[in-house]
Design a protein around this ligand. Structure first.
Ligand code: ADP
Ligand code: ASP
Ligand code: MG
Length: 814
């Protein structure tokens, strides 16, 4: 014999019920018991209705109406017209009783656990009746049997305890004489010896099926649900979760105890003793083998088999000096909770005996706290013990696996993963079986915690990077194109899955939790919500993804001021915007410090030399113990372009105009022409070499007349260039007369930096620098006479984008 159970989603509507029928029609066994849940969601609606009625809220009638409509329309769709009226009248009369019960509760403004059970039982009672009528009408050899006649419990309403002796005897007797192939039964409901209706707790239909399977010593228990088995983590929260093909009873029990709702925790107990295997299968993908829960599967050497979580947990802690060495405190503490019927999900006790801390359901915590305070009233009044401390809205995440006990270092790995992702751990417990390690965290961190743990323990290979890109102009759009082009390579070769979760320009912003399509990002952004920098930040924070990276492609000072907030939330920052790193030394230092403290890199390779690996090389030199003695560099692509193009056949004005038009200068060309941009770059290099310097410490002898520098618009600036054309021509002819070229050079030596125009003679490393190229010479303790030279294109959207890209990959390998 075999027992099958179909859950709420599997019987949510006529279409799904037809799928159930197809599965049943293929069953070969002589005898099967089929347990069904209420139509998906109906239990919740019933509970809400009774809640509303008991609070004298007339809206309970709407819920009732919805329930009526669902069941009646199911009959109309499923059952042939000729037998419809009998089914309809039976269901309508049941619904009338339900209505009376709710009305009663409404009138007296109260609900008892007993009445609540009665009301909620209609979900299963109605669904099982309708489904059995449907199966019969489809020609299946089916009969209805009311579980209340078989399963006997005590009177603990809401979650009754089963009397197995009577129940087993009832089930055995019934199935031994059953004449039909299929017996269809409602899950969840039972009755007490005194004849009251009882229920087996939320999710209890699984339990009904297991109780029957054990009683008749079935060959197999099949749990048919809406996922293809038990997964390495809840597949609704962790996209990469995988189905576990085989799992031991104990592991399955532990996972379900810690929240893997796919199996109601008590389900395993009855079948465990008889070693009846449980298959977890998907009604919507019946061919999928799903999960087999059986005795000691060896788990293919896997240590951690799954990660689960239980929400709505509160921590209740009792502490105080009066607890040390005094026997009986724990006993009194636990007795108090037990008397109040409060179940404990997790226990931790510090070895100092200074405190006891338990995790219990949020809904129990107020009662628990009051009871414990009462028990220890005397100790509290004499200040030996403090009043209980309550922390609400927490979640337990647990790693589960049979083989965990023989492995060291798992908890270290678990906690360092959580720590790295800035998930604060409130309490830790390890089951004595060492089959689980659990941590209590804030509920906002759950998704991040599950996904990072899953990444660590199940996908060691692929690391997900979640990007939030601000600024999608020249550089930003090139950057997005590069990610799109390299996505496959990054995944296959570097094991990095790079997704852009959010983006913004100055007008709009858009988010997609699964990654914005990099093919259609322009139209997606166009249709996005209005841009708002604070909201952008808030959104990233709320999403709370692991490995989040904020990418700043703007030149905005306001944006650069937000980096600290990002880093403080463990969001890495990659930027081509130089303002932050060249602002006050204190801010630069703070950002570096925050990056370290929160494990979130702050990278700005493109601040100097666009895509050239200048800062990275410098970091490597320093990390390996080298020391920078001198830096000489041409760091302005714009100025290099200007002085390479300018000669006596052109005008300085026209060349600068051309540079601006071709995108070689900042939008405000004075930032380049004044040398400020170069000052910022040499400042950053000096700082990265380990020197404390500020922009005012840098000497800058401008070649521009003061009047040009002081202009307040681009037009005025260009006008002034015309006025001083003769001076510019003289700069050129003086250099040409000496066979020199003009280069705008930055230099750092002996802790001092300066920038300015220089005449560079033939043979010098800088002489042949073309177009908008950059060059840097590092003279160090190791590179004494021959400097380390980095040279190449130092401006342009494409190379800048590839520099940002390189920073992203660096974080990926971090
Ligand atoms: P049913 O109505 O069929 O009893 P449930 O909703 O009670 O279904 O249980 C199935 C759900 O359990 C899945 O849809 C999934 O969201 C959730 N779940 C939580 N953890 C796990 C896990 N580790 N593996 C599979 N499903 C899980
Ligand atoms: N219908 C009940 C519930 O939703 C029992 C079950 O579906 O297992 O909790
Ligand atoms: Mg369930």
């Amino acid at each position: 014999m075999k027992v099958l159970k179909f859950g709420g989603t599997s019987v949510a509507n006529p279409e799904n019920i037809n799928k159930v029928k197809s599965i049943l029609a293929q069953q070969k066994e002589q005898q099967i018991a089929v347990v069904v849940s209420a139509f998906g969601g109906v239990t919740d609606v019933l509970l809400n209705a009774s809640q509303a009625a008991s609070q004298q809220d007339i809206n309970y009638k709407n819920s009732l109406k919805a329930i009526e409509d669902r069941h009646i329309s199911a009959i109309r769709e499923l059952i042939p017209v000729k037998s419809q009226s009998a089914a309809l009248s039976k269901v309508k009369s049941e619904l009338n009783v339900l209505e009376t019960l709710l009305e009663g509760s409404f009138l007296i403004g109260e609900i008892t656990p007993k009445l609540s059970d009665k009301i909620v039982s209609y979900g299963e009672l109605l669904s099982s009746f309708i489904i059995s009528e449907f199966l019969k009408s489809e020609g299946l050899d089916a009969v209805y049997k009311d579980s209340r006649e078989l399963i006997k419990t005590d009177n603990h309403f809401g979650k009754a305890n089963v009397d197995f002796v009577t129940t087993n005897a009832n089930c055995k007797a019934y199935f031994e004489s059953a004449e039909h192939q299929i017996t269809l039964l409602p899950g969840f409901v039972a009755s007490s010896k005194s004849g009251n209706l009882t229920t087996l707790g939320r999710g209890g239909s699984d339990y009904t099926a297991a109780i029957i399977a054990a009683a008749v010593d079935a060959d197999m228990l099949e749990i048919w649900t809406d996922v293809s088995g038990m997964y390495t983590a809840n597949p609704k929260l962790v996209k990469q979760a995988k189905c576990v093909a085989h799992i031991s009873y104990q592991e399955a029990m532990e996972l379900s105890h810690f929240g893997a709702k796919v199996l109601y925790p008590p389900t395993i107990q009855p079948v465990l003793g008889r070693e009846i295997p449980i298959a977890i299968k998907n009604t919507f993908d019946p061919e999928n083998p799903g999960t087999l829960v059986a005795k000691n599967t060896n788990g293919n050497g896997k240590t951690v088999r799954g990660i689960s979580h239980v929400g709505n947990i509160s921590l209740l802690s009792l502490e105080g000096p009066g607890m040390i060495g005094i026997p009986g405190i724990s006993k009194r503490f636990f007795e108090t909770l037990s008397v109040k019927n409060i179940s404990i999900v997790l226990i931790t006790q510090a070895s100092s005996e200074h405190s006891i801390c338990v995790g219990i359901a949020d809904q129990d915590v107020d009662v628990a706290a009051e009871a414990v305070n009462e028990t220890f009233e005397f100790e509290i009044s004499t200040k030996k013990i403090k009043p209980v401390i309550v922390e609400k809205d927490l979640t337990i995440v647990a790693l589960v696996g049979d083989n965990m006990k023989s492995h060291q270092g798992l908890s270290g790995k678990m906690f360092s993963t959580l720590g790295k992702n800035n998930v604060n751990i409130r309490a830790i417990a390890q089951g004595a079986s060492e089959r689980n390690i659990s941590a209590v965290i804030k509920k906002e961190d759950v998704k991040k915690a599950l996904n990072s743990l899953h990444e660590t323990f199940f996908e060691e290979n692929i690391k997900q990077l979640n990007l939030f890109v601000m600024g999608v102009g020249n550089v930003g759009s090139k950057f997005l194109a590069q990610i799109r082009q390299q996505k496959k390579y990054l995944k296959e070769e570097l094991k990095l899955n790079v997704r852009v979760i959010g983006m913004s320009n100055s007008r709009t912003m858009a988010f997609d939790e699964n990654g914005i399509s990099l093919k259609d990002w322009e139209s997606i952004l166009e249709q996005g919500e209005p841009a708002d920098k604070q909201k952008f930040f808030d959104r990233i924070n709320t999403l709370n993804y692991r490995n989040s990276i904020f990418v700043d492609n703007t030149a905005s000072e306001e944006v650069s001021k937000s980096y600290a907030s990002y880093l403080k939330n463990s969001i890495s920052v990659v930027t081509c915007n130089k303002i932050a790193s060249s602002s006050d030394y204190a801010y630069y230092k703070e950002l570096k410090q925050l990056a370290k403290q929160y494990n979130a890199p702050y990278l700005f390779e493109t601040n100097v030399g666009a895509g050239l690996p200048i800062i990275d090389t410098l970091k490597h030199l320093i990390a390996s113990g080298d020391r920078v003695r001198k830096i000489q560099a041409v760091l302005s692509g714009s100025l290099n372009f200007v002085f390479n193009t300018f000669d006596d056949s052109t005008t300085f004005h026209d060349v600068v105009k051309q540079a601006q038009e071709q995108g070689y200068t900042e939008p405000d060309p004075t930032i380049d022409l004044s040398g400020v941009d170069v000052m910022r770059k040499i400042l950053i290099l000096a700082r990265e070499s380990g020197h404390q310097l500020d922009i005012d410490d840098i000497e800058n002898e401008s070649f521009l007349p003061k009047e040009s520098l002081d202009t307040d618009s681009n037009e005025a600036f260009f006008e002034s260039l015309k006025k001083y054309e003769d001076d510019f021509q003289k700069l050129y002819s003086d250099a040409a007369a000496k066979d020199c070229k003009l280069k705008y050079v930055a230099q750092f030596e002996d802790g001092k930096a300066k920038v300015g125009l220089q005449q560079i003679p033939k043979g010098h490393d800088f002489y042949n620098l073309e177009g908008s190229d950059n060059i840097v010479l590092f003279f160090t303790d190791r590179y004494v006479n021959q400097p380390l030279i980095i040279k190449g294109a130092g401006a342009g959207a494409d190379v800048t984008a590839s520099g940002i890209f390189a920073d992203i990959v660096r974080i990926g390998n971090f």
